[in-house]
Write a protein that binds this ligand. Structure first.
Ligand SMILES: [Zn+2]
Length: 88
């Protein structure tokens, strides 16, 4: 779809979407094997502090803009914007 085509549509109302944080969106977009790798990292905060995961995401080209370590920590704690974490 081009911007010209998009311009003729209305954006989907954001409120109707589930709010998901960057971590959750990344998990859902990754191929299964990669998502599993990330889940493994998320499960081990002692080995993988949020900042290290954030760096790994950038280095692997998973995200195109930096993710904050605090965003990752928030997802770990369940303090993030994800409504439905079971979907992961
Ligand atoms: Zn989250």
């Amino acid at each position: 779809m081009s911007l010209a085509e998009r311009a003729k549509q209305r954006p989907e109302p954001r409120r109707n979407r589930r709010q998901k944080c960057t971590v959750q969106l990344v998990l859902e977009q990754l191929p299964a094997e990669e998502a599993e790798g990330l889940a493994t990292m998320l499960a081990d905060p002692k080995v993988w502090p949020g900042a290290e995961i954030a760096r790994a995401l950038i280095e692997e080209g998973v995200v195109d803009r930096p993710v904050k370590g605090s965003t990752i920590q928030r997802h770990r704690r369940g303090d993030c914007s994800c409504d439905d974490r079971s979907a992961a």
